[in-house]
Design a protein around this ligand. Structure first.
Ligand code: HPA
Length: 270
């Protein structure tokens, strides 16, 4: 795996020409953030050696490199999901490559369903913990000590100082920001009502199909992590009508301007 990571990083560093310090993964419906990047270098996932193509709807499969808030960053516009049929190692390969390029801070965003009545569509939630309910783990298999330790601690996967910084930004800019626990399932079928009830009882505020594998690999790689969810729908506990992909994208768009402020200001301060 190390060889593959180095090959992809070598390919990217030749194209990018600068050392990036922060990575930003954009979730469903959150692509517009990428438009803020100054003079981005755009690289299609298909062109990066060893990197899988994105097949999920509204996930563009583009890596963008450039400056935002005067920081050298890489944006992953569209992520890879376990439900696309890729392995846990394949979906987290991009995080390994970002680390090899020099990134030591990662902002992961996602669209999530709410299991908590206080978190409603359009709200932004800082992840303060997660539950890995995907039935798998990207670190299964032989551990390469050069990449990280065999049993990385998950006692605080999301950086508490950065969560506090995010709250200061929200207060200053007058938007609501909550903290919550994100639970990841494999998907792609959405949760039943009974499953939603169970997940809420387990202590989850939000549910989705991503983020957790990336965060596990980031922690394994000694990368500091910020996790941000946009609530795009209430889960099935709260209503009997199914939610649609259109609804999810429309609600993600509602949070757009606050999320843009949050990300721009966080980039300045981390
Ligand atoms: N469940 C799972 N994944 C999701 C949801 C949901 O309700 N909303 C957005 N992603």
């Amino acid at each position: 795996m190390l060889e593959k990571i180095k090959t992809a990083a070598h390919y990217l560093s030749k194209q990018i020409g600068f050392k990036p310090e922060i990575g930003l993964v954009l979730g469903t419906g959150l692509n517009s953030i990428a438009e803020m990047l100054e003079d981005p270098i755009k690289i299609s996932y298909q062109d990066i050696p060893g990197w899988k193509a994105s097949t999920a709807p509204s996930h563009q499969g583009l890596l963008l490199a450039g400056k935002l808030s005067n920081k050298n960053i890489i944006i992953l516009q569209g992520r890879l999901h376990f439900y696309e049929g890729y392995s846990m190692q394949e979906i987290t390969f991009p995080i390994r490559v970002l680390k090899e390029l020099g990134i030591d801070k990662l902002i992961v965003t996602n669209a999530a369903g709410s299991l908590n009545e206080k978190m409603v569509p359009g709200n932004i939630v800082m992840l303060n913990d997660h539950i890995n309910w995907m039935g798998n783990n990207p670190l299964i298999g032989e551990n390469n000590d050069e990449l990280g330790s065999r049993f990385p601690s998950m006692h605080q996967p999301y950086d508490t100082k950065y969560i506090a910084t995010a709250h200061k930004i929200a207060k200053l800019n007058n938007f609501t920001l909550q903290d919550g626990v994100y639970l990841a399932l494999s998907g792609p079928s959405l949760e039943t009502k009974a499953e939603c009830k169970m997940l809420a009882k387990m202590g989850a505020d939000l549910v989705g199909m991503s983020t957790v594998p990336e965060v596990i690999v980031a922690v394994h790689s000694n990368i500091k992590v910020i996790g941000i969810s946009i609530v795009t729908n209430l889960s099935n506990i709260f209503h009997s009508k199914p939610h649609t992909q259109e609804e999810i994208r429309a609600n993600a768009a509602k949070a757009k301007s606050d999320l843009e402020i949050l990300i721009i200001e966080l980039l300045k301060k981390i």
